[in-house]
Structures are given as structure tokens and as C-alpha cells.
Write a protein that binds this ligand. Structure first.
Ligand code: ZN
Ligand code: ZN
Length: 82
């Protein structure tokens, strides 16, 4: 099951479970759309994997399968790869 992390690892933007702005890699490194498309250019800075839009978990399922509340943030944020 997806963890549904609550924030962007780059800029710490909130990404609630119903956000359509959340992008993840296969390891669930989680980023906002702006960072994923902008600075990261569609590639996860941690594992080099592809970033795709995180599916939204239906509200009714969140009670039994709650989203992660553990914030993950990259030290120093994400930098432009020249
Ligand atoms: Zn971000
Ligand atoms: Zn990754």
C-alpha cells in the first residue's frame, strides 16, 4: 500500500492524500508537481527513477487506511542539476 507521504521532499509543500499535485517514484519518494516537473525534470533525485502522479485515495478508504503523517524532507532541498 502507498504511504501517501504528507509533503514534498524538496520544498516541504503540503500534499494531502487527495492532492492531484503529488508525484512519486517507485520507492514513494514524494514531490510536488512543481518540483517534479521543474527542478527534477521528471526524475527522482534519490533513486534516479521516474516520477509519476500519485493516485488519489478515495476519502472513504482513508479511515481504515490512513495516509502517512511522517514528513520526509531532503536536507538542503533539491538543487538544479546543471
Ligand atoms: Zn516541491
Ligand atoms: Zn526515488
Amino acid at each position: 500500500m502507498l504511504q501517501l507521504r504528507p509533503n514534498c521532499e524538496c520544498c516541504d509543500k503540503d500534499l494531502p492524500p487527495d492532492s492531484t499535485e503529488a508525484m512519486i517514484c517507485s520507492f514513494e519518494c514524494t514531490f510536488c508537481r512543481g518540483c517534479a516537473i521543474g527542478v527534477l525534470q521528471g526524475m527522482c533525485p534519490n533513486c534516479g527513477g521516474e516520477l509519476v502522479r500519485r493516485p488519489v485515495r478515495p476519502q472513504g478508504k482513508l479511515a481504515r487506511n490512513p495516509a502517512s503523517s511522517e514528513r520526509v524532507l531532503k536536507p538542503g532541498g533539491c538543487r538544479h542539476v546543471a
